[in-house]
Design a protein around this ligand. Structure first.
Ligand SMILES: O=C[C@H](O)COP(=O)(O)O
Length: 250
């Protein structure tokens, strides 16, 4: 569906110290122009969420988490809940990132529980899906992405509580990106799946592309049909690059 307001989201992963607030400050300083056309979100490590929420007050930039536990509270050492992120002022949380799926053996069923937790806390869930290189080589991309969507998305998705991020694992942090045609094929497939399952709401859920997005390729990727924004890793750590990508929104 065309006409969806794009979302440009930065995932800082395990990067960022207190001093990184200066980079966020530069993003805020340059955000008004891009924010005319797109929503802007930065997902710092959990240690910085509260401070960053304070820093973005009065600006169009919003702050999100990178993961949440399915439960609201309890004996889960090292985890944080969706409620904690919401309490800190976050408005969204990434769930099911391939690095979480790989590093922590997260299954679709767990990602589904985390998505439900995000909704319980009033957060937008940014649910990540994407195939590995081997799966792409084997021609299994759509099958894999379809299974991830079916398994990871609970009933009740709406245009306002869900964002899907398509991130081919082999494109993350590698400098390699799929062709526009390949991106278009997968995003069209995701759109069809969302529309089939969630009807009109599914037609309005934003689908982000992620994987080696940078200022030099952003315009081409963001122009692909059914690409409704980007989930940016490395290039979101620098204000100039993040804003450069945001400015590529047509
Ligand atoms: O969540 C972001 C993605 O994993 C993309 O990372 P990247 O832009 O460094 O390739």
């Amino acid at each position: 569906m065309t006409g969806l307001r794009p979302l440009i989201a930065g995932n800082w992963k395990m990067n960022g110290l207190k001093a990184s607030a200066s980079e966020l400050g530069q993003m805020i300083a340059g955000a008004d122009g891009p924010a005319q056309k797109a929503d802007l979100l930065i997902c710092p490590p959990a240690t910085l969420v509260l401070a960053f929420v304070g820093a973005v007050q009065g600006s169009p930039v919003r702050i999100g988490g990178q993961d949440c536990h399915p439960k609201p509270s309890g004996a889960h050492t090292g985890d944080i809940s969706a409620e904690m992120l919401a309490d800190a002022g976050a408005t969204a949380v990434i769930v099911g990132h391939s690095e979480r799926r790989a590093d922590h053996a997260e299954t679709d069923a767990l990602v589904r529980q985390k998505t439900e937790a995000a909704w319980r806390a009033g957060l937008i869930a940014i649910v990540c899906v994407g195939e590995t290189q081997d799966q792409r080589d084997a021609g299994q991309t759509l099958e894999v992405v379809g299974q991830q969507l079916t398994g990871s998305l609970p009933d009740g998705a709406t245009a306002t509580n869900l964002v899907v991020a398509y991130e081919p694992v082999w494109a993350i942090g590698t400098g390699r990106t799929p062709t526009s045609e390949d991106v278009q094929e997968v995003h069209r497939f995701i759109r069809e799946q969302l529309a089939e399952r969630f009807s009109m709401e599914g037609a309005k859920v934003r689908i982000l592309y992620g994987g080696s997005v940078k200022p030099s390729n952003a315009a081409e990727l963001l122009a692909v049909p059914n690409v409704n924004g980007a989930l940016i890793g490395g290039a979101s750590l620098k204000a100039a690059d993040f804003l450069g990508i945001a400015q590529a929104v047509a």
